[in-house]
Write a protein that binds this ligand. Structure first.
Ligand SMILES: [Zn+2]
Ligand SMILES: [Zn+2]
Length: 391
């Protein structure tokens, strides 16, 4: 590591207690999508105190913010360091977004003394509602990322990965409307909505066999009638389809709709399908950025794991179609521990001794990667070409 990079790392170490305190504060005050008022106030207050001009409520989301170094123009290129801080219902920070916010703020503070000397600038962008709300999509649609050249964040996980593929996703509600009747007295008057959704569910199950490996369908039946002695006139479920490309995601969704239409035809019921959340796009990968992340992980002594091919979905996927973005993972639990993401155990791990070590490494990794991006015109050129080339 050269001298500048060593300085970045020692600045992260120097504020380690503050970063740990941020992570703990968020963990102790979990707030779900678009309700992150305490988090937004806490993080923006901290950044104001440490040399940033903060604007909250950007992109018409109350709990969002941008924090830019005070007293500097926002010269291009500008790196957006993303802070997530929303929690999950019931299990708090079971996805570890408390660590994401703390690591990002550490990276911004470690780079702050270099702003002015480096080409370009940086800002922290507080992005609410990753869990189900698609906060980054709303911010991007509002033009918040038009002022940025690259977006960087980290996510705690089960493996150390410079990047990984994410699946595109559509979440939708399926409702069947039939006709209630007495099941023995007047069964011939009834049109059974529960039967309809069961047939649709079975149809989707059959469809699964004909999907490519990246195609996924999953969901639950949420409503199946009122009483066993009434033929149900209403049934409903919530489902996801996912796939590795937008095209394939949309194609599976069309085929699932036909499962529902077939079930409606067979049962003489009516079906309505409504998309519930913004559609999530698969992430675009930028090999030259992944390579820089990987070399910074190695420089920090973080062993890089083999990708096991397990994939989720995130609104960083949509964002990566607006501007180059990275979403590396650092492991806070052992994959063999049986602790999955989105669990109380994972939440606990975010502030364990391992979690604290990872928080500091994540902060350094982000700061070093942003530093590399701002210091190397060649890297910026390559990233821009990759972004253009794959659009
Ligand atoms: Zn999550
Ligand atoms: Zn997450």
């Amino acid at each position: 590591m050269d001298h500048a990079k060593e300085q970045i790392c020692s600045r992260v170490d120097a504020i380690s207690n503050e970063l740990i305190a941020i992570s703990c504060f968020l963990k102790d005050n979990p707030e779900t999508a678009y309700q992150e008022f305490k988090a937004c106030a806490h993080l923006s207050g901290f950044l104001r105190k440490h040399g940033f001009d903060v604007e909250t409520g950007i992109g018409e989301i109350e709990t969002s913010f941008t924090a830019r170094p005070s007293g500097f123009n926002q010269d291009r290129p500008t790196v957006a360091l993303l802070a997530e801080y929303d929690a999950l219902p019931l299990i708090g920070h079971g996805c570890g977004h408390n660590m994401i916010a703390a690591a990002t703020i550490g990276a911004a503070l470690a780079l702050l003394p270099m702003v002015g000397d480096l080409t370009g600038s940086l800002a922290v962008v507080g992005t609410p509602a990753e869990e189900g709300g698609g906060g980054k999509i709303r911010l991007a649609e509002a033009g918040v990322f038009d002022d940025f050249d690259v977006a960087m964040m980290f996510h705690p996980g089960l493996l150390n990965l410079p990047g990984r593929d994410f699946l595109g996703r559509i979440r939708f509600k399926m409702e069947f409307f039939g006709k209630a009747a007495h099941p023995t007295g007047t069964p011939d008057h009834g049109r059974n909505a529960l039967d309809a959704i069961v047939i649709a569910y079975t149809g989707m199950n059959a469809l699964r066999q004909q999907l490519r490996p990246d195609g996924k369908i999953h969901g639950i039946i949420t409503h199946g009638g009122e009483a066993p002695n009434i033929i149900p006139d209403y049934a409903a479920g919530v489902f996801y389809v996912r796939a590795g490309s937008r095209e394939y995601r949309d194609e599976i969704f069309e085929r699932v709709k036909r499962c529902a239409e077939g079930a409606a035809l067979a049962t003489e019921t009516r079906v309505e399908i409504s998309v519930e959340l913004p559609n999530i796009d698969p992430i675009r990968r930028f090999p030259s950025l992944d390579a820089v992340v990987k070399s910074n992980m190695e420089a920090l002594g973080v062993p890089v794991d083999e990708d096991d091919g397990r994939r989720g979905s995130s609104d960083i996927g949509n964002l990566s179609h607006y501007l180059p973005a990275i979403h590396p993972f650092l492991a806070i639990v052992d994959p063999e521990s049986g602790i999955p993401g989105h669990s109380a155990g994972f939440c606990e791990a975010t502030t364990s001794p391992k979690g604290v070590e990872v928080l500091l490494n994540a902060s350094k990794m982000l700061a070093l990667t942003a530093y590399d991006y701002l210091s190397s015109e060649m890297l910026r050129k390559r990233v821009a070409e990759e972004f253009k080339g794959t659009t």
